[in-house]
Design a binder for this molecule. Sequence first.
Ligand code: FES
Length: 177
Amino acid sequence: MPDDVRKTGSVAGGPDAPDTAACVRDAVDAIIERYPDKTGRLLNVLNDVQERYRYVPEAAIERISERMGVSKGQIVGMGEFFNYLSLDPVGRCVIDVCDGTACHTQGAPRLVAEFEKALGVKAGQTTEDGLFTLRTVGCVGACGIAPVVVVEGDAYGRVRVMQVPAIVSAAEEAQAL
Ligand code: FES
């Protein structure tokens, strides 16, 4: 952890990637069974799928659609709306740069450019070695400490461009443990 970068909070993490489509279907079935109450059921199921696989696989979307009677378009729409849901496989470490209004005006675009330079990928991409995914996301609910960067669920506030290499190094070290 770099001395000049303060970690300010925590969000969720999750285990490794899925195996076969059949396994995903079985896992989704088990998750759906956890939520007999229809209120908020779809979002709860998507949250649990995201937590298990770190993204919502296509096979899961298909199974949820079949089992819950919602269209794949509706599921994809929710996946696109909620920051913490991902419809694409991600690297072992996800770096989210908040680009909501407060963070944008406090320099988020410059942070994105610096992370892109440090990681050698554009926002929305994963590094070739599968280690990092860089994303821009909407407001993460911490506008008071804008601009905010969230690394694997750990939030850093009032991030300056010069701190980006230290954040990347700390994330690399954490992955090497
Ligand atoms: S806009 Fe970034 S935390 Fe709200």
